[in-house]
Unconditional design. Structure first.
Length: 320
């Protein structure tokens, strides 16, 4: 039978230097996934990315508003950023930007459950109650989702992040397809929802941000910053630029039109398709400041409507 070892790992997360202190930890307070104000900045790469000249899909997960599903409260997950058309993240459920599902924490059982888009049934996403040698089940083991079979907990460590002790579980499989980590209160080293493939590509959690503070920087080679879509909503001639993104108390919409409009306006749409606000814009080239202090943290669609026609669009993330 495989010996069960637990280690205490004290690390400086921006540095690659780690101090490993062997020892058995008797008790530790469980840290759930966040319920607000969190960003999972992620990269995805595989052989197709390099073949077609797109090294990475670069994006992030954000928490939108809460939602009730079957009478239970869940946190909605939104993905924004740049998804390469040649190597999108491997996900048969929603390989694009937008709504990716909703999760809830079961703190008593140290588990996280996920409801996928177009579904009302929850599945097990993370289980931090597992011990060394236990087998994974749920989301990460679906045959059409994970190329890795028979995933197990290889070892358990405890790391200090922002003065808080968190469990870190190394996940492997019999074919050495995966060598990933589950990190308590954060998710996976491959990303929040990415499969655990680590052979010939896969996902990588670049950093995790909570309440505007970087708590985890998995790959310091990449800056921990929000990735904006490099594709215009309307072809190669974008009419608007939205910044800063994400925004807190305000954002700016900069517009550039071919000619002065008779009437132009900015329209803000929430995730349910409801119009939230309208702002009139003037002139061919100008900037408008949009006050967001009364808006809930979420992802919103920004439309530029000129003389009765929508001529461009963008996305804005509001955080607190």
């Amino acid at each position: 039978m495989k010996a069960k070892y637990i280690y205490l790992l004290v690390s400086c997360l921006v540095s690659t230097n780690l101090i490993l202190l062997p020892g058995l930890l008797q008790s530790q307070t469980y840290i759930p996934l966040p319920d607000s104000n969190a960003i999972w900045r992620t990269n995805w790469s595989d052989m197709n990315c390099f073949i077609y000249g797109y090294p990475y899909s670069q994006y992030q997960y954000l928490l939108s508003s809460d939602t009730l599903i079957n009478g239970t409260l869940y946190n909605k997950v939104i993905r924004t950023g740049f998804i390469s058309p040649f190597c999108p993240p491997f996900s048969p459920y929603q390989p694009s930007i937008g709504y990716q599902g909703a999760y809830r924490n079961d703190i008593a059982d140290q588990k996280v459950y996920l409801v996928l888009p177009d579904s009302t049934n929850e599945i097990l996403l993370y289980d931090f109650s597992l011990e060394v040698g236990d087998t994974l089940s749920g989301y990460f083991t679906f045959p059409d989702f994970s190329p890795c079979s028979f995933l197990i907990v290889d070892s358990i460590e405890y790391i200090i992040i922002n003065n808080i002790l968190r469990k870190r579980m190394k996940i492997t499989d019999e074919n050495m397809c995966s060598s990933s980590y589950f990190i308590e209160g954060i998710g996976s080293s491959t990303g929040l929802l990415e499969n655990l493939q680590s052979f010939e590509g896969g996902g990588e959690l670049i950093c995790f941000v909570k309440n505007d503070s970087i708590l985890y920087h998995g790959n310091p080679f990449f800056e921990c910053q929000i990735i904006l879509s490099t594709e215009s909503g309307f072809g190669d001639n974008p009419k608007i630029k939205v910044f800063p993104n994400p925004a807190q108390n305000y954002f700016i919409v900069e517009h550039h039109l071919d000619k002065a409009p008779k009437h132009a306006e900015i329209i803000l749409i929430d995730g349910l398709g409801h119009e939230i606000a309208r702002h009139e814009v003037k002139g061919r080239n100008n900037q408008e400041v949009v006050d967001t202090r009364m808006l809930k943290p979420s992802v919103y669609l920004v439309l530029l409507k000129v003389d009765g026609k929508v001529v461009d669009k963008s996305m804005i993330s509001i955080i607190r």
